[in-house]
Design a binder for this molecule. Sequence first.
Ligand code: PRX
Length: 668
Amino acid sequence: MTDSEETLANLSREERCFEPPADLAADANVKADAYDAAKADREGFWATQADRLDWATKWDQVLDWSNPPFAKWFVGGTLNASYNCVDRHVEAGRGDKVAIHWVGEPVTDGVADTRDITYAELKDEVSRAANALTALGIEAGDRVAIYMPMIPEAIIAMLACARIGAPHTVVFGGFSADALASRIEDCGAMVVITADGGYRRGTASPLKSAVDEARTKTDRVETVLVVRRTGQEVAWDDSVDVWWHDAVDTASTEHAPQAFDAEHPLYVMYTSGTTGKPKGILHTTGGYLTGSAYTHNAVFDLKPDDVYWCTADIGWVTGHSYIVYGPLANGVTQVVYEGTPDAPERGRWWHIIQDYKVTLFYTAPTAIRSFMKQGREIPDKFDLSSLRILGSVGESINPEAYIWYRTVIGGSGVDGRETPVVDTWWQTETGSVMISPLPGVTAGKPGSAMTAIPGIDADVVDDDGHSVPNGYGGYLVITSPWPSMLRTIWGDDDRYAETYWSRFRKEGFYFAGDGAKKDDDGDIWLLGRVDDVMNVSGHRLSTTEIESALVSHPKVAESAVVGANDPDTGQAVVAYVILREEFEAAAAADNAGIIKELSDHVRKEIGPIAKPRQIMIVPELPKTRSGKIMRRLLRDVAEGRTVGDTQTLADSSIMDLISAGQTTSTDD
Ligand code: PRX
């Protein structure tokens, strides 16, 4: 049985199914009729969703799809994203509502470092930051890079950029100086907003120093705005560095937000593709905000008194759509946490849920699996009974993790409680959730993202673009445009058209790059990427990007990287490396040394997230006669299987050599 056949067979044995709780269903924000309403008049449905927002000028046309794949939504409409996320809630009399319960990682003498920020305070802070950015010379259309820990200023910075129409590009704080520099360079950011450092696992880890290093690799940056978070030493260059507390804290709280066109760029978010160069995914204002606000309301059945917590980092799209734009446009009260789940104690997350009586919780399967491993004794110590809906994102949630999440965290089955899990499928490119159960409508199956939400048309198709019958697998596609779709790849319209729209050009489908299966009921099960993209802990990494990083090391001649199944992280990076001849002998004498050197090199080039789980030094790579590396065979070795069919290899003895070679873990 091949891998995918085995997966399909496993899926077909999953027969558990959980009806929505009756009280939730009776009072749900979105009910079953929404599916039909959206089908009958898709654009009318989206126009209704756009009415959730405050528009300065109403649009004339819902969708202009006259020049596919370049969409325009809410044509002629103007609005300000920051006004929609902040000011309008204050104007509606909700200025005293807490927008953010911020929880810092350090706990001193049993007291956590916390800060509650109301909508009125958020409005003042965002206005100040907007004025400060303007004073630094930033104008609408200029790009601003944000490289920050999970502190309130990160969210304030994003909203301040949106307020003045300056697209932001948030770079995950775990990325290296090189990764930061290439993103700054690609989108031409003039300003970087950062912090001295942030707290991770009990230590103050530096950020500003990476910005300093990035500035040696790009000369785009004119100003670095620095928040003081940890108080650690930083190098200072008066000609570019400005303290946030000098520039922002002294600025006026009066700022009139200007309305921008619905298609004005809101942000660029870089994500890995099949080539080495990350893609700058462009999202614009009106459609994106409509999509994120609607889905956040529908999928989490958001009610005014909910306390919501999404554990993502703002450096990923989930942090953009489901910490900043969707939730704040909806006027939610949310928890934002700075640190790691186990600092200073293993039950830190559950402690926070108990303290703030969190009702809606959104996290990733990789986190759930790590908690499962630690055992239920830890969450069992806390009162988690406030939780009413649990979300999952980033990769398929395996049925065991789903059941554990539902019962151990959600308390389902105890005292008549039922806490649904919503497994949400989407991508950086889609901007908001596309496929997910609706908690008041769908009977959820553990492991399935179920069906496209109302307003979204998704399908699973074969190589020829034909819809597969129930019970069959194929490629996941989105068959009609949607408001929060990416508009292009920053500066590269051709790559945008080629990457997403050429595979099913004739049919006009968006190709997501994921394999999927429809079960006998037509519900969708995601099967992972069909291209050379890995999913490590719910984060996307490209094999080519890591290969390029390895090959940039002077001792490496060639490399091949594959994603191997991993019980903790979903997939893990496994690298096969051929050394340059002159280094072979030394490496043979100190295998552990060279492997550590290469591993550190990848960490430096991309960031700790890309660090290979294993690096194997090999004499050759398995290639077809046309020179294509056969990753399938390398995956067999990485996953400890018998190596599959080697007939198409130019030299079939190579796999014996590789299989017999050393397998060295890089864990340090
Ligand atoms: O392969 C799918 C997987 O993550 C990819 C998108 O990654 P990224 O753009 O980094 O966004 C992650 C957060 C939205 C998808 O192509 N993926 C995401 N959610 C799921 C998933 N795979 C299965 N089930 C999901 N719920």
